[in-house]
Design a protein around this ligand. Sequence first.
Ligand SMILES: [Zn+2]
Length: 93
Amino acid sequence: MIQRIPVMRFCISCRKTYDRKHLLKITKDHKKGVMFQKGMGRSAYICKSKKCYSDSKIKKKLQKALKTFLEPGFIDTFEKEIASYNDNPNKGI
Ligand SMILES: [Zn+2]
């Protein structure tokens, strides 16, 4: 029997640790730019708490965590992504 050990990551906003499955992953992919739930490169995680993803400083926190500049339209994409992720928690996992 294989015991599954959950991969713990922390939310860059509230800094609490959660099982990786319960977080939205944002990756700065080396080739494709910023991606959600996929990609290879520097990653940051945000929990599904509205307080965290709707934080007015979230873009700044992400830019710092990913060490990259985020386009002005990023937040729109991000909000759509987190909304669909909340509707369908199994997406991309
Ligand atoms: Zn959080």
